[in-house]
Design a protein around this ligand. Structure first.
Ligand code: RNT
Ligand code: ZN
Length: 413
């Protein structure tokens, strides 16, 4: 008997169908963030200096310097990841022979990405880039007190939604467009209201045009480097805004107090907003955007989604950037972990646990939850990888090492 067959029998004793779990896992896309591949630099200019409170540490060789290199790296990662997924692109990853101002971006600047996604059977999601720009250097974009600057960023976000709408139409799957702005104060503000009123008005203007192939999302943050005392777009701000506008709310795992978990927020938010976007990340002591590991919180996030059958309302995106390790491996580790966590959730006998809970039998609930932790999920995961023609176990690392020697190590920094 294969280890998978043994595992299938063991799960069956709890009424869990491993075949059904595998079938469902196949249909859950992960939106893979392009920005892990080049340290959030983008292709607007050769400088690509990161700003606006975002920081990447490390200098591992092999950073993608062009869109072609980034696509090549993504193809390598995708070959090691089972399932059908999506690409999450930022506006600074546009392709153009001549400089394009951010408020002037058009679909043609992203056609290379759209065509590539089509060729790879990937969906595509999008983000206006309201950071790393001279007009964001004072720490404010959509909530800037300067009407001219504010309008520039409003126009960038408007243009981004239209690009995303075309992406969604061309690929036959709506694009999620996530608005995150770094706006905030390093030190105690004298006026907490005015920036928030300006941000609300700016968003109202951005979201006017109907975009049937685009899903709008807004992302809050607790603090950033340089915005420690006040962030205009706080959680309460965007939760209220998303409810009022009935748009998607983005929950980034690193954007709350360190003991506050987004897994705990999903069920409440979905009572009031139609959809969620997740930025699955891993904060270490702060919003450090470490590569996602198979942590308790990752498992809890994934479990909430599948146990409640809300895959269609929760868009799962990744958001981390680590330049201290092989960047293609970083993607591979993060996506494979996210899928593994979803599988773990799918292998839970949820109905049994809920029945015990309803009967007040918390002993059974806890006993099963704990026994399940050492059930043979690894054998089911390996079987899934095998069936998807992707490497089983750590064998993918050999491919990455080969790719590093053949491709990445040849790139100058
Ligand atoms: C920043 C936000 C935002 C960015 C990316 C690049 O704190 O998390 O999502 O990380 O859009
Ligand atoms: Zn994020």
């Amino acid at each position: 008997m294969s280890s998978y067959e043994l595992a299938r029998e063991q799960y069956a004793t709890l009424g869990v169908d491993t075949e059904a779990a595998i079938d469902r896992l196949k249909n859950i896309p992960i939106s893979i963030h392009c920005w892990q591949g080049d340290d959030v630099a983008g292709f607007e200019n050769s400088d690509g200096t990161l700003g606006s409170g975002l920081a990447v540490t490390g200098n591992y060789p092999g950073r993608a310097r062009t869109a072609d290199e980034l696509r090549q790296d993504l193809e390598q990662a995708l070959a090691l990841i089972p399932g059908n997924h999506r690409l999450n692109l930022h506006a600074i990853y546009l392709e153009s022979d001549t400089p394009v101002a951010r408020d002037q971006i058009e679909t043609k600047h992203f056609q290379g990405w759209i065509d590539w996604c089509k060729s790879q059977s990937l969906g595509l999601d999008f983000n206006p880039s309201c950071f790393s720009h001279p007009l964001a250097d004072d720490g404010f974009t959509l909530s800037s007190p300067d009407a001219g600057k504010r309008q520039f960023w409003i126009d960038h976000c408007k243009a981004s939604r239209l690009v995303a709408n075309d992406m969604g139409a061309q690929l036959g799957s709506p694009a999620v467009t996530n608005i995150w702005v770094p706006d905030g104060y390093k030190d105690t503000p004298a006026d907490r209201v005015a920036p928030r009123q300006r941000l609300k008005d700016a968003l109202d203007e951005i979201l006017t045009e109907p975009t049937p192939h685009n899903i709008d999302a807004v992302e809050s943050k607790l603090f950033g480097i340089g915005s420690e005392a006040y962030v205009t777009g706080s959680h309460e701000f965007y939760l209220g805004y998303a409810i009022q506008k009935q748009i998607a709310l983005c929950l980034d795992a690193g954007h709350f107090h360190p003991t506050e978990m987004i897994s705990e927020k999903i069920s409440s938010c979905l009572l009031y907003v139609p959809e969620l976007l997740l930025h699955v990340s891993r904060g270490v002591r702060w919003d450090s955007d470490h590569v996602v590991t198979f942590s308790d919180e990752l498992q809890a996030i994934a479990r909430e989604i599948v146990a409640n059958n809300i895959e269609d309302r929760v868009h799962i995106g990744l958001d981390f950037f680590d330049a201290s390790i092989n960047r293609v491996a970083a993607w591979t580790i993060g996506v494979r972990n996210t899928l593994r966590a979803l599988l773990l959730g799918l292998l839970e006998p949820t109905a049994t646990l809920r029945q015990a809970e309803l009967e007040g039998d918390y002993t059974t609930r806890l006993a099963l939850q704990e026994e399940l932790k050492t059930f043979p999920i690894g054998a089911v995961w390996d079987e899934y990888c095998r069936r998807q023609d992707t490497p089983v176990g750590p064998s993918w690392l050999t491919e990455i090492k080969g790719y590093e020697a053949a491709v990445l190590s040849k790139r100058s920094s």
